[in-house]
Design a protein around this ligand. Structure first.
Ligand code: NI
Ligand code: MN
Length: 226
């Protein structure tokens, strides 16, 4: 699996010959000005919840690429009315796609679409196939439900967790989440994009290191293979 960071909570995953985009909020993000949205490849777009800072580039990318949108029922239905193809899921359910199994798991947050439409319950995704197993938490607080992941999914290789605080958990709680999900290798997201979520990157990484954990903060546009 190869994961590329596009800023904020936007990532691209290459696995089993497919390109999977997560929460594309790229074009309004000045920090991601080096990313050319019109060049991104996508077979699927996974959307954790309806907030603007996770969905703003979904529609143009889906129209250009024909990518299928995977999200909760309410979000997939909203895009369906715009003529975009999707696959609806809901909490606790998993489905075998051509790139692997996707399980939609709980997130403690809120979810409303840009026009005010109810966006269902927010979630995260666990994705696994013979190349690995990966957790994409989405916007969430630390929640005891994270303990269900190691009970119901294969062992995680890596997890993308929000660390910016204010709207989601901060890095201190992300370290507790590591224990709940049984994975000490974390890629941070949802930090530094706006004033409310600015963090001290060095302090965050040192806090992880002191607990024998790893916090990877990918420069925007950089990739990691795992
Ligand atoms: Ni949000
Ligand atoms: Mn957000």
């Amino acid at each position: 699996m190869k994961l590329t960071y596009y800023g904020h909570s936007a990532f691209g995953l290459e696995t089993m010959g497919k390109n999977i985009l997560f929460d594309p909020f790229i074009s309004p993000n000045e920090l991601a000005a080096n990313i050319e949205v019109s060049q991104l490849k996508a077979d699927y777009i996974l959307v954790t919840h309806g907030h603007q800072d996770h969905v703003v580039d979904v529609e143009p990318i889906a129209r250009r690429t024909g990518a299928k949108i995977i999200s909760n029922f309410e979000i997939v239905s909203w895009y369906g009315e715009k003529g975009l193809e999707g696959h609806p899921m809901n909490h606790g359910g998993k489905f075998k796609f051509d790139f692997g199994i996707v399980k939609y798991v709980n997130a403690v947050h809120s979810s409303v679409l840009p026009d005010g439409t109810y966006g269902g319950n927010p979630g995260g995704f666990v994705i696994w196939n013979k190349e690995g197993c990966f957790y994409f938490a989405g916007d969430t607080a630390l929640t005891m439900d994270m303990k269900l992941i190691p009970m119901t999914c294969p062992a995680l290789d890596i997890a993308v967790l929000p660390i910016g605080d204010n709207f989601t958990m901060g890095y201190e709680e992300a370290m507790i989440a590591c224990d709940y999900i049984d994975c000490d290798r974390v890629i941070g997201c949802h930090y530094d994009t706006f004033g409310y979520i600015k963090i001290d990157q060095k302090a965050a990484q040192k806090a992880f290191e002191d607990k024998g954990k790893e916090l990877i903060l990918l420069p925007i546009g950089e990739s990691l293979e795992f």
